[in-house]
Write a protein that binds this ligand. Sequence first.
Ligand code: TYD
Ligand code: MG
Length: 463
Amino acid sequence: MSKTLFVCQGCGAEHRKWMGQCTDCGNWNSVTEQVIEAAATRSAGKGKALEACPITDISRKNSPRRSTHINELDRVLGGGLVPGSAVLIGGDPGIGKSTLLLQAAAKLSTDTNNGPVLYITGEESIQQVRLRGERIEALHPNLLLISACELESMLATIAKVKPSTVIIDSIQTTVSSRLTSAPGTVSQVRDCSAALIQHAKTFGHVVILVGHVTKQGALAGPRVLEHMVDAVIYFEGDRGHAHRILRAVKNRFGPAGEIGVFEMSDRGLIGIRDASRLFLAERAKDAPGSVVLACMEGTRPLLVEVQALIAPTVYSTPKRSAVGVDTGRVAMLTAVLERRIGLPLSQHDVYINIAGGAHIAEPAADLAILLAMVSAYQDKAVPEDIALFGEVGLTGEIRPVGQPESRAKEAVNLGFTRVVLPGENLERVQKANIIANMRGETATSLALTAVRDLSEAAQKIFK
Ligand code: TYD
Ligand code: MG
């Protein structure tokens, strides 16, 4: 028997009747009619009592991670792929998802002990994939391709080939013939993913799902998809820059928030170990309004350049605009600057930019943003050997941040000799005993400048 349901394409909520606005998520015009085949009714049996086992007696299943041999990808995965797990990779069209996965597939297929790698493409023909494979040198007889959209034939092929890794490119083009709804709809995406993930758990292979991202930046399809998989990884980056950032937003087998940095070249994606150098590459030294921030992306320290521009306004309400950081936060910090340092910014527009296209969400960027603004306003450059970090509160006090040692160490690695940091972080960094300029014979020590409030920071930097 089949029944008709009205399903919201935004959140997956099911409604009995059509409505213009989904009552669950508030989206307009997202509810569409779908015919759902009723699942075979389960036999109503009495539940059998299962043996409850002490956690200490459970044998540790030996499931070594399988390295993808792409360092930056392994890092984001928390060390490699875990057999039987499901990974979702999302990102804008053209960002490089298919390219990266083809590279990873070729590397994984060299490991012949574990069985072949099956790459299922629903968007391109296998000839197109081969052409790309030639260009990025991802050809290996152990890498098998099929072009398929139908779930049932995918499952049959997987059972026959017994691969170690299956890549589905993409989940939005996968359709189950059991459902009448169109590809990419909530019920298709949900049911196909569930079947593929179940299959992976049973057979013990890894399944990697490629997902598209909507204009709003969320993964297309239901949020439930994110709950079903073991790891969710986003591919970010903009077209103006060649670098791409891979970010783990969820990972059951490793730390979330970890990033991998790649550069798109004519021979595919190349991992960049030394990401800070990339972000600081075009830094104009001794330019007013430029400050180097030592921030953290997951467990990885990253140095980026924060730029500020302050100009007399021509509007009745001055503009506060930001790229790479939250505009609301910049407006707040501007107010702090006015009240605590007394810069008359009510007649000035404020623009903040993180150079190189990075996105910084942590409050440890506050001090850098504020000092970039002070530097821009006073038209005085911050000395070029300074890197800094610190959160700033509304009273202008500077608060400690996490992992100060890693931040200071990264600054030293890139040749900075002075770090400005929150007073309460000083002791931890001193204990870490970081020595500056380790490359030379004579090791100079790193100068640490601890600051407790904003005016102290401004004084010490712009003496
Ligand atoms: P692709 O992996 O097809 O993106 P997605 O699967 O996320 O939609 O990437 C396509 C883009 O990458 C395309 O704009 C061309 C570019 N590209 C290179 O610059 N170099 C290469 O070696 C390859 C294969 C692609
Ligand atoms: Mg693609």
